[in-house]
Design a protein around this ligand. Structure first.
Ligand code: HEC
Ligand code: HEC
Length: 208
């Protein structure tokens, strides 16, 4: 039937777009329940900034390729409600009319091959912060396909994200201008980070 055809097409697409080592369970969790084929069309205006395949070309527009659908949806809800504020995105989020559209758009970006940095960055201080014991970034932000899989779609993908975007978000958490998170993890993480620490870690993480 028609629906079965769409469903299997979606699964085929997802299979080719998975990160190496990612299990089917992880992929399902990443993409959520939306229809990614419909989402491709519905996200045309989003692609203008975030890139056709979710890899934006502009440093302060975040990449969405392989980002968790549940995280994308939460951010759009928060831009809509005013819990997270950005002059451009607040207006764009308001233009997403229905929950179904949001599910589909999120599924489309989430199903894309996970974002990757353009080149690895040899920043020893940033690397140590990223890999650090317990409070290291990687203890929560485990990249897709790597062990131990986190299975928590509320923790966004950061590996390979644009450096300028990462720096802005970390400073926003630190200053309290971004405070839509549910558990305060990032405001705590950034409280004692200096601008230099932020620069170092963003530099390393963006190269992954
Ligand atoms: C004119 C450019 C532009 C367009 C069009 C646009 N965005 Fe954005 N988007 C941005 C910018 C800039 C940010 C970063 C805001 C900030 O600094 O907090 C962003 C952030 C986001 C985020 C948060 C990402 C994260 O990692 O937290 C999501 C999700 C998002 N956009 C989805 C969308 C969707 C869905 C659409 C289409 C309905 C869309 N965007 C259209 C520029 C754009
Ligand atoms: C205890 C778990 C935890 C640790 C450790 C952690 N994070 Fe996060 N991080 C989160 C969660 C949860 C969110 C989502 C918060 C939200 O909804 O705003 C997040 C969000 C982010 C974002 C926003 C991503 C985006 O797309 O907008 C960035 C950037 C980030 N973290 C960077 C880091 C860095 C760098 C470190 C290490 C210095 C770190 N995190 C350590 C849990 C963690």
């Amino acid at each position: 039937m028609h629906c079965n055809f769409i469903a299997s097409l979606a699964i085929m697409l997802i299979c080719t777009l998975a990160a190496a080592g990612e299990s089917p369970e992880e992929i399902r969790l990443r993409v959520g329940a939306g229809d990614l084929v419909a989402g491709k069309e519905k996200s045309a205006k989003c692609q203008a900034c975030h890139g056709e395949d979710g890899n934006s070309r502009t440093d302060n527009y975040p990449k969405l390729a392989g980002q968790y659908a549940a995280y994308i949806r939460q951010q759009i809800h928060d831009f809509k409600s005013g819990a997270r504020v950005d002059p451009v995105m607040s207006a764009m989020a308001a233009s997403v009319e229905s929950e179904q559209d949001l599910l589909d758009i999120a599924a489309y970006f989430a199903s894309q091959k996970p974002m990757k940095g353009e080149s690895s960055v040899d920043n020893k201080v940033g690397k140590a912060r990223y890999l650090g014991f317990v409070t290291g970034c990687r203890s929560c932000h485990v990249p897709a396909g790597e062990e131990p899989a986190k299975f928590n779609p509320e923790i966004p993908v950061i590996a390979g994200q644009h450096k300028e975007y990462l720096i802005k978000q970390l400073k926003d958490y630190k200053r309290g201008t971004r405070r839509n998170e549910s558990n305060g993890a990032m405001s705590l993480m950034t409280r004692y980070m200096t601008d230099r620490n932020i620069e170092d870690v963003a530099s390393y993480v963006s190269g992954l």
